[in-house]
Structure formats: structure tokens, C-alpha cells
Write a protein that binds this ligand. Structure first.
Ligand code: DGJ
Length: 740
């Protein structure tokens, strides 16, 4: 059967998948091994056999059986196994009933279907009417091990996106097999001439862009923390050395998963690159009894022939249309005020109502009550797991508070940290065995809390019951789901010894299960994910929540880097971003209120300050800031994002744009970082406009310039800004260009 964008050439046994401008090819090679052929710009050809070398390894095993090992160590593989002579990084390794680790997958068959199957119990991208796709399933088998593997490749017709996942089945008659590694994808490249771009950081400085030239051996980013982590995001791009925002070939990989992961590029002896991505195999093992299967999560692969910027825009389009769900998918999010930086734990009903009253006068639309409203929580050392109202603070009860806030015209949102338990809590006293732990070992404390064993349904049910009581007791329209510690002493009281290493993954599946129940039962509630700031900013979380708190660092200048790095892979419309008070609580910096607003409007936008106590001048500026956000939010949510400045390379200024898909308007934002002398006459080249159209800046309708001039000559920022305004660190400027 032939589908529009996936074909099989029976003669050459070659599969060809075409995404928008991308081709991916693989073939059944000698020995029935599934080999990689090509990934890159679109090709019309359905076979490349005539340009491939058959007179040398790797294509010679049939005529040279003596050298099967060198064949397997050089053949570009689609799903390489451990133990058969391919000494590069494997994606599959097992422990067989006899204790050995070798496996050997050979081609069995294929199927092509329209659309995209979902992954059981796991988030994944999906087809939509506007953005269709088709799926190739290739079935491999290892007869001695009794294993069958289905590799899924989905090619999107209107996006340069191909996704990968794998399902591994035990088809033996009676034997159990242990998977000790089950990654999701391997992609082989014929070259090592790449730079590797990764998003690394720490608490309060998440997703800093780093770029290094690939060298021989293995270059790894990973997490073994139980979450995708502040430190390394599950994203990697491999790009040509010459690639920048606008030119060069780029391959982006993002793992749709929220737990331990690994992503590794390996330059081999023959100067090729093998890239693998999947669940981290450190402390991973999965027992497959007869008839059972294991699903390896999805890897999203994006190809760009025009630089890093185009790759980012493809990720943004995919995630906005084919991953994010729910009522808020295509809607402006309510402008919220969160009390965390305003009060920390020191609040009560009256204080919250005071904030809400002032906020309502300024146009703010929702009050979010953060950490500290439950159990007897006055600091971070108690009560996680006791999801009932702390009457001393929420005097009058939750319904009273929510009703009062609603009467002021504001929606109400609430904070939970459902995966955690404090030792000082009723939950822990009743069920100490529900914490993740290893019997006989001291449990490591972090932020005075332990992690609940979410592999256990009774634990999830109990927590969900408490959450439901709260959600059903008042008109709650938003939840911030936080997660504030990493895993240690990973063990479950409910798993047998030979399944303990499944806990890391079972935990993640448990989190997905609860998020799924929550979003299904409460479709009207806007869910925002959070993890000590942005430690779980990954595509899997976007499947459940259309926005994720980007970072606990709310300083506008630090946010330039954090939001720039995040935008490399994730849409700006999903970035939780708030205007906070000064001096900033994390870095102590003072920045203009206007700049804080301009930087936050790139994301979901909101406030994180005590609006009753900020300077009057700032308070008075809020209605204008809100109007500005409302005006530009459709462009941010639906337009194309272009990064112009790069604060990682030049900390003197930053600039970016959002351009309407039909190129009829564009928002340009500029932030002066650390000013340098003699840099007044900087021309900044705009991006993404129609070169043949004419545009004017909204405040100057008589001054028209072609898109070509705006992009190839640029705008003189000092001149457009009335010179005097230019000086002064941390000032910002927004310009709105409209097609004449
Ligand atoms: C970490 C989050 O990132 C903050 O915004 C805040 O919700 C605190 N947790 C509360 O404990």
C-alpha cells in the first residue's frame, strides 16, 4: 500500500518517509538488518542504492561472512543491539533467562497506516485535521530471545517533523526477559562535522544554550534525577559548523518524557556520528513476562535547512498544534497575580483579598494562591500530603476566600505539590511506607520532603481524592502543579526485587496517570506545571499543561537568557513569565517596570508581587502593561518567533520578533543589557517579513519601508527610539510593524 508520504520500494527494500521538506530513508540490508540510509533535505528518489558502496564494508557480509563483526560495527543501524559486534552505543540490551546480554534484531515485516497511534499511558504528539501525518511500523524480531520490536516512524505532511518510538514485546512461550536498556531512537549520520547544541543550567538559570564541536568518542547529556531536570534538558541539536539562526542544516531532537533520559552523540572510528536518545539506562531494568510489552517514549526529530531559528519555529508549530491540548490551547491565558514572591508563607485570607481587590482595579484577571494554604504549613518543613485547608490562614474557609475573590471579578487558582510528602504530615504518619525508600537505609531529605511512590495506584488514588475534595469545594479555575525535589534511595515497598529498577519509569507513568485524570475530570481548569522553577520543562508536560513555569528567576535580564534558551525548542506561549518586584528576589537587580513587562509579555504574562505595596508609579503602569500584553498576545501565541540578539554571546543587548504567519504585522522587542560607549548607531536587521511588502511602525504611519530594507539594512534603534531614551542599562523598547 502506498501513502502520500511513506513508500516502500520492493525491489531495493527501501523505505522512504517524506515530511514537508525532509526525507528519511532506511532499508533492509544484508542479513535482514534494518539499516539507516539518509536523513536530510527532501529527495525525489525512492532508492539510493546506486550511489552506495557495496564493494566494501558495511555492505559485504554475504560475501564475507568472516567479517560479520566489522560489518555490524560499521553498518548504519536503525535500532542497534548490544552484543553482536556493533561496538558503538546500543539502544537495546537485555538480560536473557540464561543471564547473558546479547540480542540481535532482524527484519520481519512492516505496516503503513494513516494518522498516528497513541502511546499507551504516555504523552505523544498527534495528528490534527490541519496537520496530518502517517505512520510506518517496522517489525523486527530476535527469535532466540523471543522478542519482537515495533519501530514507529511518523512523518508529518506539513511540518519538517518525524517522530520515533518503539514497542518491545515478549513473544516467547514461557520465558521472562529483562530489558536493561530500551532507548527510543538511533539516528546515524554519514559525517562528524557537527556542532552539538544543548540546553544546560541549574536552578534559576535553566536552559542556557551551549554549543560544542563534536569530537571522537561520546558526548552525553542526561538526567538520573527522576525528572527531566534543571541541569540538562532532554533536547539536542546537531548542526553544521556554519549554521546560525538563519542558515545551515540543523537536526533537532527532543524527548517527550519527564524522567531520567539520555541523549548522546558518538563520533565513530570512521568519522560518522551515531545519535541515540531514550530513557537513561542507569538503574533501568524492565521485566517482560511472556506476552508483556514495553513502550519506549517518543522522540521528536526536526530537520531544518535554514538554521536554528527555523528548527525552533517547527518545534513551536508542532507543540502548539500537535501536542498541547485542552481549552486553553488556542486561547489567551488569564492574567494572573501569584502571591509567592509577594508573601511567601506569610499570608491569610485578608491578605489575599487585599491583593485581589487591588489587582481587580488594575485589570488582573486571576489570583493564584501559592504554597502554604494546607495542613499546618508555615514554612517549607511540613504538611506536604495534607491537602486540606489550613484554617488558621484561610480563615473562613476556602469557599469563602474563592467567593470573595470571584466577587471582585477575579478567577481563583491554587498550588499543589501532589508528588511529595513531608515527614511532618498526617499522610506520612499514617503511611510512612508510601514514600520512595530503601528499607534499612536513611532517607535523604531535600527541602524537608520525601517523594511519594507514584508507581502505586493506591497512593495516587489517595492524593487525588484529597485534591478532588479541594477542587470540588470551591470555584477553582487554575492549578499550579509543583515538584520540588529529585529522587534518592529509589526503592518501592510494593515492587519485588527483580522489578525495583522499574520504579523510575513507573513513577513517571504514575505522574502521567494522575495528570491525565485531573485534566479529564476538570477540563476547564488551566494547569501550569512547575518544578522548582523550570526543572520539568519538557514536551511531555506540555501534553498535560499548556504552560510551564519557566524559572524561579524572575529578573527581567536573567530571563532574557532563560527565555531565549527555552525558545530554542519550546513555544514562547507556553513559558510561564511574570512581572516581579525590585530589587529582584533572586539576583537583587533593579530593572525598569516597563522592561519587566516587556520581557514577561513574551510568555504567559502575569504578576508575582504584592500589588498593595509596590511603588505607586509601578502600580499605575499595570493597566497599560496589560493592554499591551492583550494586544500582542495573539502574535506571540500564533506567530513565528525570530531570535535576533543573543545574550549568550553578547551581553550588551537582546532583540527578538514575533511575525504573523501571513506577514501582515510583526512585534519587535529590544532590551538594552549592559550599555557600551559609542554604540549608538546600531542597525538591527529585522527578520521574517515579506521583502516585497511595505511596512510602517505603528506610531509613524507616514514612514514606510520595504520588508527588504527592514531586513537587509535594518532599523537604527537609536534613531527610532529618540536617542536619549537609548542610554540606560536594562531599558526596553517594543515596536509594532504593520503592512501598509
Ligand atoms: C517552587 C516554585 O517554582 C515557586 O514558584 C513556588 O511555587 C515555590 N516552589 C513554592 O514552594
Amino acid at each position: 500500500m502506498i501513502f502520500i508520504n511513506i513508500t516502500f520500494n520492493e525491489k531495493t527494500r527501501t523505505f522512504k518517509l517524506d515530511a514537508k521538506d525532509t526525507t528519511y530513508m532506511l532499508m533492509v540490508a544484508d542479513g535482514e538488518y534494518l539499516a539507516h540510509v539518509y536523513y536530510g533535505r527532501k529527495l525525489p528518489d525512492d532508492s539510493l542504492i546506486s550511489v552506495m558502496r557495496f564493494d566494501e564494508s558495511p555492505f559485504t557480509p554475504a560475501t564475507n561472512n568472516r567479517d560479520r563483526a566489522s560489518y555490524l560495527d560499521t553498518l548504519p543501524m536503525e535500532y542497534p543491539c548490544f552484543g553482536i559486534g556493533d561496538y558503538r552505543e546500543p539502544v537495546l540490551r537485555i538480560t536473557a533467562p540464561d543471564g547473558t546480554s546479547t540480542c540481535d534484531l532482524r527484519y520481519k515485516g512492516y505496516d503503513i497506516t494513516s494518522g498516528k497511534p497513541s502511546l499507551e499511558g504516555m504523552p505523544a504528539t498527534f495528528a490534527t485535521d490541519d496537520s496530518p501525518c502517517n505512520t510506518l511500523e517496522i517489525i523486527l524480531e530476535d527469535k532466540p530471545a523471543g522478542l519482537e520490536v515495533s519501530l514507529f516512524y511518523t512523518a508529518f505532511e506539513k511540518l519538517d517533523v518525524i517522530t520515533r518510538s518503539a514497542v518491545i514485546r515478549n513473544v516467547s512461550n514461557d520465558k521472562s526477559v529483562y530489558l536493561t536498556r530500551a532507548l527510543s531512537a538511533c539516528v546515524e549520520f554519514d559525517t562528524h562535522e557537527f556542532d552539538m547544541i544543548t540546553l544546560n543550567g541549574s536552578w534559576a538559570r535553566e536552559r542556557a544554550v551551549e554549543r560544542c564541536r563534536l569530537h571522537h568518542a561520546k558526548q552525553l547529556v542526561d538526567s538520573c534525577k527522576g525528572e527531566s531536570s534543571h541541569q540538562n534538558n532532554p533536547f539536542v541539536a546537531l548542526c553544521e559548523h556554519k549554521a546560525d539562526e538563519d542558515i545551515g542544516e540543523v537536526f533537532g531532537f527532543n524527548f517527550v518524557y519527564s524522567g531520567n533520559f539520555m541523549a548522546q552523540a558518538e563520533v565513530t572510528q570512521h568519522k560518522k556520528t551515531r545519535f541515540v536518545m531514550g530513557i537513561n539506562s542507569i538503574d533501568f531494568s524492565w521485566k517482560l513476562d511472556k506476552g508483556e510489552s514495553f513502550t519506549a517514549p517518543e522522540v521528536v526529530m526536526v530537520h531544518s535547512d535554514s538554521g536554528i531559528g527555523k528548527m525552533s519555529r517547527t518545534f513551536h508549530d508542532l507543540y502548539r498544534n500537535n501536542l498541547i491540548r485542552g481549552e486553553y490551547k488556542d486561547k489567551r491565558r488569564p492574567i494572573l497575580i501569584n502571591n509567592w514572591e509577594a508573601t511567601y508563607f506569610d499570608f491569610n485570607t485578608d491578605k489575599l483579598i487585599d491583593i485581589a481587590r487591588e489587582a481587580s482595579k488594575l485589570g488582573i484577571e486571576m489570583l493564584v494562591m501559592d504554597d502554604g494554604w494546607f495542613g499546618h504549613r508555615d514554612s517549607d518543613n511540613s504538611s506536604l500530603g495534607d491537602w486540606f485547608v489550613y484554617e488558621k490562614k484561610i480563615n473562613g474557609g476556602l469557599k469563602h476566600l474563592v467567593d470573595e475573590v470571584n466577587k471582585l471579578g477575579l478567577k481563583f487558582g491554587i498550588w499543589f505539590e501532589p508528588e511529595m510528602v513531608s515527614p511532618d504530615s498526617e499522610l506520612y504518619k499514617a503511611h510512612p511506607d508510601w514514600a520512595i525508600q530503601i528499607g534499612g537505609r536513611e532517607l535523604t531529605m531535600s527541602r524537608e520532603q520525601y517523594v511519594l511512590d507514584y508507581s502505586r495506584k493506591e497512593v495516587r488514588d489517595y492524593v487525588y481524592g484529597m485534591m478532588k475534595n479541594i477542587l470540588d469545594s470551591a470555584n477553582i479555575e487554575y492549578i499550579k502543579w509543583d515538584m520540588n525535589r529529585q529522587h534518592t534511595e529509589v526503592g518501592s515497598n510494593a515492587l519485588p526485587a527483580d522489578r525495583q529498577k522499574e520504579l523510575w519509569h513507573r513513577y513517571v507513568l504514575g505522574v502521567y496517570d494522575l495528570m491525565d485524570r485531573l485534566t479529564t475530570d476538570y477540563p476547564h481548569i488551566l494547569l501550569e506545571n512547575c518544578s522548582g522553577g523550570g526543572a520539568r520543562f519538557d514536551p511531555a508536560m506540555l501534553y498535560y499543561s499548556p504552560q510551564i513555569w519557566c524559572s524561579d528567576d524572575t529578573d527581567a535580564i536573567e530571563r532574557l537568557k532563560i527565555q531565549h534558551g527555552t525558545s530554542v525548542c519550546y513555544p514562547c506561549s507556553a513559558m510561564g513569565a511574570h512581572v516581579s518586584d525590585c530589587p529582584n528576589h533572586t539576583v537583587g537587580r533593579n530593572t525598569p517596570f516597563e522592561t519587566r513587562g516587556d520581557v514577561a509579555l513574551v510568555g504567559t504574562f502575569g504578576y508575582e508581587l504584592d500589588v498593595t505595596r509596590i511603588p505607586e508609579e509601578d502600580r499605575n503602569a499595570i493597566p497599560g502593561q496589560i493592554e499591551k500584553f492583550k494586544k500582542y498576545n495573539p502574535l506571540v501565541r500564533t506567530g513565528d518567533h525570530y531570535r535576533i540578539g543573543n545574550v549568550f554571546e553578547d551581553n550588551t543587548w537582546d532583540a527578538w520578533m514575533f511575525v504573523a504567519k501571513d506577514k501582515s504585522e510583526a512585534l519587535f522587542e529590544f532590551v538594552q543589557v549592559l550599555g557600551r560607549p559609542n554604540e549608538r548607531s546600531r542597525n538591527i536587521k529585522l527578520k521574517g517579513l515579506d521583502p516585497d511588502a511595505y511596512y510602517y511602525e505603528e506610531t509613524k504611519p507616514d514612514e514606510k519601508l520595504s520588508g527588504a530594507a527592514l531586513m537587509y539594512v535594518g532599523i537604527n534603534i537609536a534613531k527610532m527610539w529618540n536617542v536619549d531614551g537609548l542610554y540606560g542599562d536594562f531599558k526596553s523598547k517594543t515596536l509594532h510593524f504593520v503592512r501598509a
